[in-house]
Design a protein around this ligand. Structure first.
Ligand code: FPP
Length: 247
């Protein structure tokens, strides 16, 4: 395992990719890959916390994923409900706060119920938050936010002339969340796939060849070490950053 990273990104977001390929390589049905993927969700949730991460956002189901074969979508929803039922006790015991982003109101009723219960029972925990992106897509999120923002303007709750990123971004489903510092994508693909497009404006991206079911705590450490080698400039020059770093 690489040496512990000195500067741990407070918010890590992961595009969990490669479940299907993992299964195919073993001659197994795709759903077996997802099943193993759920195990990795479990281990990564605690690995991230052990390493000092404060918030972990996982892209579990995108809006585009509904277009997959019905059988696969159904299996993913069943897995999700089963996962939530099994994890509730662990989240409460280990003080993991659960929240979601995305249009969760379109998920099956059983999943919604488990999400509500888990979020309610874990809402008091402040140290570590697991965010599941479910039925999430950035473009839809922006459209939904624009609609809510327009309604707030019409109702006199917001002033159009005062519009800024600060005021508008509160209407995104990430409204009260910090932006991700590090975005990881597994499986060797180098796309963002409609994930946190605006929120990741200044994030560092690390693309890793490992398939999601094989992703380990050591891989997460490697990504964090890579993050540490990067210089986050937020539009400034290296020279401008140096005095600030010396303070
Ligand atoms: C991509 O693998 C992964 C997904 C479509 C979603 C990830 C889902 C899980 C890890 C399981 C459910 C999640 C939770 C939180 C219980 P892929 O199928 O696109 O892989 P491929 O690109 O190799 O085909």
């Amino acid at each position: 395992m690489p040496a512990p990273a000195e500067n741990v990104p407070p918010h890590v977001a992961i595009i969990m990719d490669g479940n299907g390929r993992w299964a195919k390589q073993r001659g197994l049905p795709r759903i077996e890959g997802h099943r193993r993927g759920v195990e990795t969700v479990r281990t990564t949730t605690f690995a991230a916390r052990d390493l000092g991460v404060r918030m972990l956002t996982l892209y579990a189901f995108s809006i585009e994923n509904w277009k997959r074969p019905q059988e696969e979508v159904g299996a993913l929803m069943t897995l999700l409900e089963y996962y939530l039922k099994k994890e509730l006790e662990t989240f409460v015991r280990d003080r993991v706060r659960l929240r979601t982003i995305g249009r969760t109101e379109e998920l099956p009723a059983g999943v919604q119920k488990m999400l509500r219960t888990t979020m309610e029972e874990t809402k008091h925990f402040n140290d570590y938050t697991l965010v599941l992106a479910l039925n999430y897509g950035s473009r839809t999120e922006v459209v939904d936010a624009a609609r809510s923002y327009a309604a707030a303007v019409a109702a006199g709750k917001e002033k159009l002339n005062d519009s800024s990123w600060g005021t508008f971004s509160r209407y995104l489903s990430t409204g009260d969340m910090p932006d991700p510092d590090l975005v990881i994508r597994t499986s060797g693909e180098t796309r963002i796939s409609n994930f946190l497009l605006l929120q990741a404006a200044y994030a560092e991206f690390v693309f890793m060849p490992v398939l999601w079911p094989d992703f380990t705590k050591a891989d997460l450490s490697t990504a964090i070490a890579e993050y540490n080698r990067r210089e986050r400039r937020f539009g400034l020059t290296s020279e401008q950053l140096k005095p600030a770093a010396a303070k």
